[in-house]
Design a protein around this ligand. Structure first.
Ligand SMILES: [Zn+2]
Length: 138
């Protein structure tokens, strides 16, 4: 028997922490401009200046905003009781997987199956295109 309530509480805690983190980071960036950067982005930021740097900063903020949007969405799903369920087979996505990928929409099995199908489709497309080029050559 799985304790859904404990799981939800735990996942909600993680999402809220994530939201707090991103919000704080965004606010700090807006407040301090480009002076105070976390270590993880410093490397890529060091090499840019002027407009490029602003673009990077803007892209970064957009990314953060997108993360916030997804966290909000996930929290809404959590309230509705649909968060952490595979949208393909409806099975509960493992907590370990959600910890690594908080916005995962598929369980591991479906994700792997999807990747396999994707690889097959690609292979088929490649075969198809090589067939076409062969027939082109007459
Ligand atoms: Zn699934």
């Amino acid at each position: 028997m799985t304790d859904t309530t404990a799981r939800d509480t735990h996942l909600r805690g993680i999402l809220l922490a994530r939201r707090g983190e991103v919000q704080e980071d965004v606010q700090r960036r807006i407040r301090d401009g480009r002076t105070d950067r976390p270590i993880d982005v410093r490397d890529e930021m060091e090499h840019c200046d002027g407009d490029i740097c602003k673009d990077v900063e803007f892209a970064l903020l957009q990314m953060k905003a997108e993360t916030l949007r997804r966290v909000e969405e996930a929290l809404g799903q959590l309230d509705a009781g649909t968060y952490g369920r595979c949208f393909q087979c409806g099975v509960e996505i493992s907590e370990t997987r959600l910890l690594a990928l908080p916005f995962a929409v598929r369980c591991k099995t479906c994700e792997e199956r999807r990747e396999q199908v994707h690889a097959q489709t690609q292979r088929r497309a490649e075969q198809h295109s090589s067939f076409l080029s062969l027939s082109d050559m007459g």
